[in-house]
Design a protein around this ligand. Structure first.
Ligand code: MLT
Length: 280
């Protein structure tokens, strides 16, 4: 199914997004990881648009969204999200963030918690970068500035997919390799800096009192299952689901399982809402 992108102006930049499905319930907003775009979510948008209003947008500088003049930080990306929601007339939504999308959602939760009804956090973490991780990001920037994105993309996909997906899911691997290479070089470098500078959000997780679903790729080489398990254990209202055989790109590697986990989570929320309203 070919999706028709839309464009709006929010927070001083043009933002490109998909907006599908109609439902009076809460919309689901999907936030992609790094360095991807809204197209990462096509398998979810097509599926959930049958029952929900679903939105996926390009984060500042990524895909077809303008970089603007402001410094890239997770806090800025979260502010951008709320301005985008304002522009679309959305007061509250379910957020689904993958990896960096999760960093943005967690930063948003600190900034405007009332606007997030529930959270799906996939292959993400609350920790800040270790000194080694920061160094890797700055080495990557140095390399990209000299050699461009060809090698960077090639190396990234080896870590983004599980070994079995690398062998069996050639189309998905090609799709991500191409998406990385098409990302603006300045955006890649500025976002690497933003991630290196991000602050931890682990110390605030115990305060989160909305429903949270964690989805981990069993074979994620970037954010391990253990890291996700620790987050889940420190969040009182959370559920952890594991996508077997998948790596970091679990929504793309196993969309059927991923969609089922999200669907069950959303159904639990609406059943709970109905019980609270005293419905049968
Ligand atoms: C992502 O997928 O968004 C990145 O791998 C996150 C990161 O590098 O920390």
């Amino acid at each position: 199914m070919e999706l028709e992108p839309k464009m709006t102006r929010a927070g001083g930049i043009k933002v490109s997004y998909y907006d599908l499905g109609e439902n009076s319930g809460l919309p689901i907003i999907f936030i992609h990881g790094f360095p991807f775009s809204k197209s990462l979510w096509k398998g979810q948008l097509t599926y959930f648009s049958k029952t929900h209003r679903v939105i996926a947008y390009d984060v500042r500088g990524h895909g077809a969204t303008e970089p603007g003049e402001r410094e890239f930080t997770m806090e800025q990306f979260a502010k951008d999200l709320f301005r985008f929601m304002n522009k679309l007339g959305i007061e509250r939504a379910v957020l689904c963030g993958m990896s960096m999308g999760g960093y943005i959602a967690l930063s948003g939760l600190l900034e405007q918690p009332d606007r997030i009804a529930s959270l799906v956090l996939c292959c993400t973490q609350c920790k800040e970068d270790t000194p080694e991780a920061k160094k890797k990001r700055f080495d990557a920037i140095h390399d990209i500035r000299i050699n461009g994105l060809e090698d960077y993309a090639h190396q990234a996909v080896q870590r983004l997919f599980s070994d079995s997906s690398l062998a069996d899911k050639r189309e998905e691997v090609f799709f991500i390799d191409k998406m990385i290479k098409e990302t603006n070089v300045e955006t890649v470098c500025n976002t690497l800096i933003a991630m290196a500078n991000r602050v931890e959000t682990c110390s605030t997780l115990y305060l989160v009192d909305i429903p949270v679903l964690f989805i981990a790729g069993e074979e994620d080489k970037i954010i391990t299952l253990d890291t996700m398990r620790q987050m889940h254990e420190s969040m009182p209202h959370s559920i952890l689901r594991i996508v077997k055989g998948a790596g970091h790109m679990c929504n793309l590697e196993s969309p059927t399982v991923f969609n089922r986990y999200v669907e069950e989570f959303l159904k639990d929320q609406s059943d709970q809402g109905a019980t609270e309203r005293g419905e049968e």
